[in-house]
Design a protein around this ligand. Structure first.
Ligand SMILES: [Zn+2]
Length: 420
C-alpha cells in the first residue's frame, strides 16, 4: 500500500526527451492533481511555478484532468493587473469521493470526503465500553455509512475506502494484529469491512496514529515540516512518524507504537500485558483516576477535569501536571532517538495541551539532549479528534493521486469516445 509521497516533482517532458511520453504524461497528471488536492484552487501561473512544467505542458495536463472530471477551470476575475488573468483551476470535489472510517476505543466515525479534502458529510458517535466485538463494530460502521452516504447523496463517484483503527495493523492485508484496548488479536478487519460495506471497493486499513500524522502533515499543524512526530492520546496512546516528508510505517506497518514504550517499571500493568508503558501514565484512564473520576469515563469526564482545573481544583491540576510530566519524560526519549523538528499532540493531548504545556516543556528541557531539544517545537494538533478520519480519507485517495489516468473514463470522456 502506497502511503503517500508529498514531494514527488513533476516530470518535465522538455528536459527528458528520451522518456516514454505516456509515462511522463501519467507522472505529470499525478503531480498536478496532488497539488490541487492538497493546496486547493491554483492559477495556471502558480502551477507552472510549483511544477516546473511549461505553460503548454500545464494546459495539456489540465485538459486531461478536466476530461477525467477531476478538475475544473474557471476564468479568473481581473485584479486590475495588466495582461490576461491566469485561469483558476480547482479540484472537482464531486468528481471523486472516498469513504473514510475510524474505529477509536470510545467512538466510531464515518465521513464521505471529496477530492481536495472537502468533507461532504461525516458523523462521530460515542460508543459504550465493551461494544468492541468485530461483528458489532462492523454492524455499527455499516449503519453509520448508510446514514452518511444518504446525507451526501448528491456527491460523485466513490473511488476508495479506508479505515483508521486504534491497533497494530498489517498494511498488506488489512489484518489488525493486536488492538489491546479493543481486545482484538489477528482480526481480518479490511476483508470483513470490504464485504459488509458493499461498495465494491477494497477497504484499506491503517493505524490511527499513522493516519493522524498523515492528515496533520497534509492539512494540519505539520504542513511544510519534514520530520514530524505525531502523538495522540485517548484511552491508548498512538503515534505516527513523518521522516523526510514521508510517512514512516516500518516493514509491515507496525512502527510508531509509542504508547507501549516502558517508562515506569514501578507503574501499573498495561492492557498489552507489560508494566509501566507510557500510556499507563499519560492515557485517559491515568488522568481520570488521578483526578478522582471514573477511569472509563471517556471524553465527557476529561472535559469535566478540564473545567475543574480551570476553576482551580487542586486534584484536577495535579492530575494534569502529572500527565504533563510523564508526557515530557516520554517525549524526551523520543526526541533523542528521532530528532524531529515538530511534535504534534493530537486527540486528548491536543485538548489538555494548554494545561500541560509548561510542565511538559520543563521536563523536555531537563531530560532531552540539548542538541535535539533546541530544534524541536511542540504544538497541539489543528485537526482535532478527526485527524485519523481525515488521514483515512488521504489513504483512500492515494491510488487516484498516484495514477489519475488509471481511473475509469468519466461520463464526459466516454460520451466523447462514443460520438467519435
Ligand atoms: Zn503496554
Amino acid at each position: 500500500m502506497v502511503t503517500g509521497d508529498d514531494r514527488r516533482p513533476a516530470l518535465n517532458l522538455a528536459s527528458r526527451p528520451g522518456q516514454r511520453s505516456e509515462t511522463v504524461r501519467r507522472a505529470n497528471l499525478s503531480a498536478i492533481l496532488r497539488e490541487l488536492h492538497l493546496r486547493g484552487p491554483l492559477s495556471r501561473s502558480e502551477l507552472v511555478a510549483l511544477t516546473g512544467l511549461t505553460r503548454s505542458g500545464i494546459r495539456a495536463v489540465l485538459s486531461d484532468l478536466v476530461t477525467l472530471d477531476l478538475a475544473r477551470e474557471e476564468r479568473a476575475a481581473s485584479q486590475g493587473a495588466p495582461g490576461r488573468p491566469s485561469p483558476v483551476v480547482r479540484p472537482n470535489s464531486a468528481g471523486a469521493t472516498v469513504l473514510a472510517l475510524e474505529i477509536a476505543v470510545d467512538s466510531l466515525a464515518v465521513g464521505v470526503i471529496g477530492l481536495g479534502g472537502e468533507v461532504a458529510n461525516s458523523v462521530r458517535v460515542d460508543r459504550p465500553r465493551g461494544r468492541f466485538s468485530l461483528e458489532e463494530t462492523v454492524d455499527d460502521l455499516v449503519e453509520l455509512t448508510r446514514v452518511v452516504r444518504a446525507r451526501a447523496k448528491s456527491r460523485g463517484p466513490m473511488i476508495g475506502a479506508a479505515v483508521a483503527v486504534a491497533g497494530i495493523v498489517r498494511r498488506s492485508d488489512g489484518v489488525v494484529r493486536r488492538a489491546p484496548n479493543l481486545g482484538w488479536r489477528d482480526v481480518p478487519l479490511g476483508a470483513r469491512l470490504t464485504v459488509a460495506l458493499k461498495t465494491g471497493l477494497p477497504v484499506a486499513v491503517a493505524n490511527d496514529g499513522d493516519l493522524g500524522a498523515l492528515a496533520e502533515l497534509r492539512r494540519g499543524a505539520a504542513v511544510g515540516s519534514n520530520h514530524v512526530l505525531f502523538i495522540a492520546g485517548e484511552v491508548g496512546v498512538g503515534g505516527g512518524l513523518i521522516v523526510d516528508g514521508r510517512p514512516f510505517t516500518g516493514l509491515a506497518g507496525y512502527a510508531g507504537e509509542v504508547g507501549h514504550i516502558p517508562v515506569n517499571p514501578a507503574g501499573s500493568v498495561c492492557r498489552c500485558g507489560s508494566v509501566g508503558c507510557w500510556e499507563t501514565e499519560v492515557g485517559e484512564s491515568a488522568l481520570l483516576t488521578r483526578a478522582g473520576r471514573l477511569p472509563d469515563g471517556g471524553r465527557a469526564e476529561v472535559d469535566a477535569v478540564l473545567r475543574d482545573a480551570a476553576a482551580g481544583s487542586p486534584a484536577a491540576m495535579n492530575a494534569l501536571n502529572n500527565v504533563g510530566r510523564w508526557l515530557g519524560v516520554g517525549l524526551a526519549g523520543l526526541v533523542n532517538v528521532l530528532n524531529p523538528e515538530l511534535v504534534v499532540l493530537g486527540g486528548q493531548f491536543g485538548r489538555i495541551y494548554p494545561h500541560v504545556s509548561t510542565t511538559l516543556r520543563a521536563e523536555l528541557d531537563r531530560m532531552a539532549l540539548e542538541a535535539s531539544r533546541e530544534f524541536v517545537r511542540v504544538v497541539p494538533a489543528t485537526l482535532g479528534v478527526d485527524a485519523p478520519l481525515l488521514g483515512a480519507a488521504e489513504l483512500a485517495f492515494e491510488p487516484l493521486l498516484a495514477d489519475p489516468a488509471a481511473r475509469a473514463p468519466s461520463r464526459a470522456a466516454s460520451t466523447t469516445a462514443a460520438s467519435a
